[in-house]
Design a protein around this ligand. Sequence first.
Ligand SMILES: Nc1nc2c(ncn2[C@@H]2O[C@H](COP(=O)(O)OP(=O)(O)OP(=O)(O)O)[C@@H](O)[C@H]2O)c(=O)[nH]1
Ligand SMILES: [Mg+2]
Length: 363
Amino acid sequence: MFVDSVDLIVKSGKGGAGCVSFWTEKFVIKGGPDGGDGGRGGAIFFEVDNNTDTLSTLRGKRVMSAEGGRPGEGRKCYGKKGKDLVITVPPGTQIVDAESGELLLDLVEDKTKVKFLDGGKGGLGNMHFKSSTNQRPTYAQPGLPGVNKSIKLEMKLIADVGLVGYPNVGKSTLISILSNAKPEVANYEFTTLTPKLGVVTINDYSSFMMADIPGIIEGASDGRGLGLEFLKHIERTKTLLIMVDISNYREMNYQYDTLKEELKRYSDELSTRPYAIAITKIDTMPKDEVDQKVEEFIESLGFKVNNELKKSGLNSEYKNYSFAKDFGVDLPEGEPRFILPISSVALLNSETLRFALGNFVNE
Ligand SMILES: Nc1nc2c(ncn2[C@@H]2O[C@H](COP(=O)(O)OP(=O)(O)OP(=O)(O)O)[C@@H](O)[C@H]2O)c(=O)[nH]1
Ligand SMILES: [Mg+2]
């Protein structure tokens, strides 16, 4: 199962107690105080590591504590500091206060290491309490307690492109031909139950991350299907590739409209995320029919097809419908970056899509 939320109690270490001790030596009758300080308790750190991709290693752990500091000793010896506890998490992990729900840390960048809880301070030994009125203090400070905190760790996927579409439209098939990911592909709905990341290589120097996400259906923002679980995952993708299936029993306009609607109902921010559209499975009908359907679809959305561009189409066999930005004009709000008919089985326009997405995410 894909673990994306874990409850934990973390405890930083208690400080070691200060020591009460007096100097003893042959011929020294009443030596002064020489009790050393206790060591500081271990702190709790979080560290982001790209090589972990789930929170599953933390699953089942209820409490994680750092070591306490050692008590001070005589002869002015300090107690040893408690060992820090470093908790490794994948990028995209948020640490939320379990009681208040407040967001405490948002860990995104690889290698980030943040101190979350300080260890308790060690107590001062009695050597600090000598004064003219009290030359033999029998008092030393206790160490301060560590801090306990109930937290919730939540992981959200980070990807450059998130694949958004109804179940069975070919999302997993697309990621399997463009990237190194090998997700399960099958001819039924909800094959994909957990998101998968894949690296799409453009050339030796450039690549981007694509996320295959479970299918979304109408009502997802109310929790239908995999619902909110799903929407939570795409929140962290930089761009969206909305995939509509030309051969599906659901009309293309219906698929597109509900997808946009669900995104919008989930959050305003998601609905304004830059996006492009892929029309999938165009191998299932003759080319003329594909062209006609695609053009009808585009016009029904109120986007203007530019005939010049339509023909040039990035040397693709099927037309690439590029929009205003290619002329250096600002993209009108809500307009897709491009609309590209594809087939992942017959490999139509799949390389065109690879490069078009590459340009898109690098903008
Ligand atoms: N003819 C044709 N079939 C395709 C194409 N892409 C995918 N399929 C088929 O469509 C079915 C569903 O493909 P998946 O890639 O599993 O679809 P999905 O969108 O990941 O589905 P869920 O994980 O259920 O949301 C499979 O039987 C695929 O072989 C395509 O370009 N052409
Ligand atoms: Mg799938």
